[in-house]
Write a protein of this length. Structure first.
Length: 313
């Protein structure tokens, strides 16, 4: 069962016992639910949390922080930070008693599909947003375009040596993004997304729990039928460090896992879309595309963002 540890006007702290489903914890209906997954993010979580709490929006917002049985002081720091600053949003802290990611049972799917809100934004506990208008801008686009299921934007990558790079999907220029571009390169950062929750119900989830990379196939499947859009002018920061999925130490493994994710997507496509997906994912085409994106993104970064002061702590 789920145990309610503490509760106040706009805050609740739950602990899930072994074998208990995430669905046993009540989730309210908001315009936007911010999902913050954490695991051993003691060094980063305050910045992530404060960047979410700082959002200025007309939407009704709730925050769900899911800690996957951290072995450091992540949860204690979350609770202390909330006690220190308070929140204008409802905040739920959901603490696992045992690690779920290692079980490969698709717990991430449960976090997504059990949302009762209209839209869902995801911010991993080691990343952060530095645009206070992030949610509002995407909220307006999603409201004005009911045919759009996914929006995304630019983000910076910061590595352990404090060097910066920019992932800038400017090729889309506010247009609907063809799903097959994701076979060329996964240009959609999880920290940049806003998802229409109802669209998640149409996905065939079988086998999803076996994927090591859970976000990439979602962005592709949500984009089929030109249902995703790039939103310019918003920025966020992805921290690259020794423990996360895109650390340079694990890059070769990540490439194999991306191929596995591509296959997951491919078997769910129509024949025509499968051909587009296969051609786009062909090695030489993919490499040439990546080189072009890297060069143009570097030029844009050097001309527009190189000297910009970016909040960090």
């Amino acid at each position: 069962m789920a145990i309610l540890i503490s509760k106040s006007t706009n805050f609740s702290h739950w602990r899930l016992l072994s074998g208990e489903s995430i669905s046993s914890v009540p989730r309210q209906n908001y315009d936007i639910e911010i999902l913050i997954p954490t695991y051993n993010h003691e060094m980063f979580i305050r910045t992530a949390l404060f960047s979410a709490l700082a959002q200025e929006t007309s939407a009704r917002v709730g925050i769900l922080i899911h800690d996957d049985a951290s072995t450091d002081g992540t949860v204690a720091l979350i609770l202390a930070s909330l006690a220190e600053t308070g929140s204008n949003f409802d905040v739920t802290v959901l603490e696992e008693s045992e690690n779920q990611f290692s079980k490969k049972e698709g717990f991430y799917k449960q976090l997504l599909i059990n949302s009762n809100s209209t839209f869902l934004s995801i911010l991993d506990g080691d990343d952060y947003w530095y645009s206070k208008a992030k949610l509002q801008k995407q909220f307006e686009v999603m409201q004005d375009n009911p045919d759009i299921d996914l929006t995304f934007h630019d983000y910076f990558v910061k590595n352990p040596k404090k060097k910066w790079g920019l992932v800038h999907p400017h090729l889309f220029a506010q247009q609907k993004a063809p799903f097959w571009l994701l076979a060329l390169e996964n240009h959609v950062g999880t920290l940049t997304t806003m998802i229409r929750v109802d669209s998640l119900k149409a996905i065939e989830w079988k086998g999803y729990g076996e994927l090591a990379i859970g976000d990439f196939p979602l962005w592709a499947l949500l984009s089929v039928g030109n249902k995703s859009r790039y939103v310019p002018t918003i920025k966020a920061v992805y921290r690259q460090h020794s423990s996360n999925m895109t650390s340079p130490k694990t890059w070769s493994r990540i490439q194999a896992e991306i191929r596995q994710s591509r296959k997951f997507v491919s078997v769910r496509l129509s024949t025509a879309d499968k051909i587009k997906w296969s051609i786009a994912g062909w090695g030489l085409v993919s490499v040439l595309f990546r080189v072009g994106v890297r060069l143009t993104a570097r030029q844009d970064y050097q001309s527009n963002y190189r000297d910009r002061d970016i909040y960090d702590s």
